[in-house]
Design a protein around this ligand. Structure first.
Ligand code: NDP
Length: 264
């Protein structure tokens, strides 16, 4: 299937690792030029070098914290300077939480709200006008199955990801008249660095290996019985970026190995 993405320009927040890097690589493999951002400059530069070497596209690494307005402004300005705007925005940067509602202070709620919701709001405001001028575009939000089916140890994550999905729905209605398609993806268990780090920490000094720990999580939750690779999830993002997904608007696509226990 020709995804008709060659020479488009995409911005992927958190494109230096995990799912974001896999999305950037998937797009680059289709001939898309990519801007990626993250806070760790070393990891960002390494990711950019890898993308260039593997796919021969233009890659713009931007050191930026998207949870802050000056970070999203810096990212948008760098994209404007290098590419004159973007056709695709993938709001991916995010992270899990662990707290109780009664103990978590306001600052913690605000920090996750800024990272998961305000980053997407601010980047829509700065990048969508350029998409309108280019005749259209695509905005995708990487939320989580937890937006619908909560994990109770991370209420702030669940709440802010649910808000991101609703933001995606509202933005879709506002922008489709400008030929900008907005959708969300809700992944389930995806094998990225944090899972491995946590598993290693929790199994150190026990008779359980970190692989066994993660396998039990997969067995307990996902009917498919395993984690997804970042690439398996990224392929759905890449397809949704394509004009071949042209009638998909305001949707939330689950990539969760059967974990969601309801119909939606
Ligand atoms: P990783 O920790 O592997 O990668 C996160 C990426 O985001 C890194 O590039 C990181 O770079 C960047 N990032 C994090 N915070 C910021 C910030 N404030 N500003 C800019 N960049 C930032 O995460 P995953 O790939 O696992 O997760 C990506 C997204 O997918 C998240 O939104 C997560 O909630 C969602 N998701 C993940 C699932 C999973 O099982 N892994 C399941 C469902 C959803 P740096 O640290 O250098 O800033």
């Amino acid at each position: 299937m020709d995804l008709q993405l060659r020479d488009k320009v995409a911005v992927v927040t958190g494109g230096s690792a995990g799912i974001g890097l896999a999305v950037a690589a998937g797009l680059a493999a289709e001939g898309v030029h990519v801007a990626i951002c993250g806070r760790d400059p070393g990891r960002l530069a390494e990711a950019a070098d890898g993308l260039r070497a593997a796919h021969g596209v233009r890659v713009l690494p931007v050191e930026a914290d998207v949870a802050a307005a000056d970070g999203t402004d810096r990212l948008a300005a760098a994209v404007a300077a290098e590419f004159g705007g973007a056709d695709i925005l993938v709001n991916n940067a995010g992270t899990g939480s662990e707290e109780t509602i009664l103990a978590a202070p306001d600052e913690r709620w605000q920090a996750y709200w800024d990272l998961h919701v305000m980053a997407a709001v601010r980047l829509a405001r700065t990048l969508a006008p350029g998409m309108q001028a280019r005749g259209g575009g695509v905005i995708l939000h990487n939320a989580s199955i937890c937006a619908t089916q909560p994990l109770y140890y991370e209420p702030i994550y669940n709440v802010t990801k649910a808000a991101l999905v609703m933001f995606s729905k509202c933005l879709a209605a506002e922008l489709i008249g400008s030929n900008i398609r907005v959708n969300a993806v809700n992944p389930g268990l995806v094998m990225t660095g944090d899972w491995v780090k946590t598993a290693k920490a929790l199994t150190a000094g026990t008779d359980q290996t970190w692989e066994q720990y993660l396998q039990k999580i997969a067995d307990d939750n996902a009917p498919i019985g395993r984690f997804a690779t970042p690439e398996e999830v990224a392929d759905t993002f890449v397809f949704l970026c394509s004009p071949r997904a042209g009638y998909t608007v305001g949707s939330t696509v689950y990539v969760d190995g059967g974990w969601l226990r309801t119909t939606t």
